[in-house]
Design a protein around this ligand. Structure first.
Ligand code: HEM
Length: 153
């Protein structure tokens, strides 16, 4: 075997070892561990609270509490060494009348924050899938308008 073939072989082995190591890491470490989830939560709440579409419901809320509980929740969800200690998504968001448009806006901000932090596509999608399950407990659907009864003949 020539030297260049050996070099090529060892390079491809190194590459595959690196890939399989990345595949085996937890979402938590791919998000950057504790400092990563803390930075993601801080940036997401700052963006959302200042957003002209999604910011409305945050007026008067304790943003530092939300940031630290969101970081804890992201750590817990992504397989990190935390246990979420806040209230349920239904209890917390109930009454704020959060619309689907507001929810989607927050998801778009999260995507932007994750991209800025160079979180890879697979990890971004994995996190979004985990959060998507919560949508039904956060978004309040407007009560359906009663349909007028057809007039009696
Ligand atoms: C999957 C998406 C979301 C997650 C994981 C999430 C998570 C959280 C967490 C952990 C808290 C603090 C819990 C506590 O105080 O015990 C919180 C509070 C809050 N969130 Fe969300 N949230 C999400 C979506 C949204 C959206 C879309 C909005 C509005 C656009 C929103 C508005 C708020 C507000 C206003 C509070 C403070 C509620 C209060 O203190 O009365 N959240 N959220």
């Amino acid at each position: 075997m020539s030297v260049s073939t050996l070099r090529l072989l060892s390079m491809s082995l190194l590459c595959c070892a690196a890939l399989s190591a990345a595949a085996g890491t937890s979402l938590y470490s791919r998000l950057g561990g504790q400092s990563g989830v803390t930075a993601i939560a801080d940036a997401l709440i700052d963006r959302t609270a200042n957003d002209p579409v999604a910011g409305r419901s945050f007026a008067g809320s304790n943003l530092n509490r939300i940031k630290s509980l969101l970081a804890e929740q992201l750590c817990d969800l992504s397989g990190g060494p935390c246990h979420y200690s806040g209230d349920s998504m239904k209890q917390v968001h109930g009454g704020h009348r959060i619309s689907e448009a507001e929810f989607n806006r927050m998801v778009a901000s999260l995507q932007a924050v994750l991209k800025e932090r160079h979180v890879d596509l697979r990890s971004r999608n994995q996190l979004l899938r985990l959060l998507a399950h919560m949508k039904r407990d956060i978004v309040e659907h407007a009560p359906s308008v009663a349909q007028p009864r057809p007039a009696a003949p």
